[in-house]
Ligand binder design. Structure first.
Ligand SMILES: Nc1ncnc2c1ncn2[C@@H]1O[C@H](COP(=O)(O)OP(=O)(O)OP(=O)(O)O)[C@@H](O)[C@H]1O
Length: 222
């Protein structure tokens, strides 16, 4: 499903080039989940952005369902984000001027895959059915996070990329949101790559990869 091979990425900084990723490889099968851990600044978000086509790698190869992501032009990468990948960020990134129902539908509409029945199922499962007419500013953090997850899943993406999707939530709410995310991923056959700082949450996914010094290494000893 997701194939990442030998990816390198260096950022120019005032102090000179910063080699963030130095040959990262990963594989992720459909219907499975992988937790990406690593200390702050180790390049976890960078790797997610590359897989999402939000940034370009310096070298290496990324493919989703056999289709290359690396090498796509801007329009190709935009299409990838619209049609193939669902992205859940820690900051939710809901659209303030749209109510919950329209936020949920947004990504699926862009992808040309609006499906009111599936959206209703998601709203029900995510506990959002009573909140569909509210606006993001009228929601708690946990509710906003559930809308962000529903929006990503509504388009039935093949790959879900989640950057600390429960990072802003208390432990109980975060656990409940992760339960839902894992259940929906397993049911939809999508693959989930999730960045987390929490060893406890990482342990709940199917597999784990640890980024250190620009490479994927063995898991740290807890
Ligand atoms: N656009 C950029 N220009 C220059 N440096 C960058 C840029 N984006 C990220 N970096 C640097 O690359 C390194 C990796 O950043 P990244 O956000 O991928 O780390 P992370 O593992 O996700 O960290 P955290 O756990 O703190 O979110 C950091 O040192 C960061 O400062």
């Amino acid at each position: 499903m997701l194939e990442i091979r030998d990816i390198a990425k260096t950022y120019p900084t005032a102090q000179g080039p910063l080699a963030v990723l130095r040959g990262v490889s990963l594989d992720l099968a459909g219907g499975t989940s992988l937790a990406l851990t690593g200390e702050s600044g180790s390049g976890k978000s960078t790797l997610l952005h590359l897989a999402a086509g939000l940034e370009k790698a310096d070298s290496g190869h990324i493919a989703i369902d056999g289709a290359p992501v690396t090498g796509l032009d801007d329009a190709g990468r935009a299409r990838l984000r619209r049609e193939t990948v669902g992205i859940v960020f820690q900051q939710f990134n809901l659209i303030p001027s749209l109510d919950v129902g329209r936020n949920l539908a947004f990504q699926a509409r862009l992808a040309g895959r609006a499906d009111p029945d599936w959206q209703a199922v998601l709203a029900e499962r995510l506990g959002l059915a009573p909140l569909l007419a509210r606006y993001p500013e009228q929601l708690s953090g946990g509710q906003q996070q559930r809308v962000a997850i529903g929006r990503a899943l509504a388009a039935r993406p093949r790959l879900i990329l989640a950057d600390e999707p429960t990072g802003n939530l208390d432990e109980a709410t975060g656990d409940a949101v992760l339960d839902l995310l894992l259940a929906l991923v397993a049911e939809s056959g999508a693959a989930l790559l999730m960045v987390t700082h929490s060893a406890r949450l990482a342990a709940r996914l199917d597999a784990r990869a640890h980024l250190h010094a620009g490479r994927i290494g063995a898991e740290p000893v807890a």
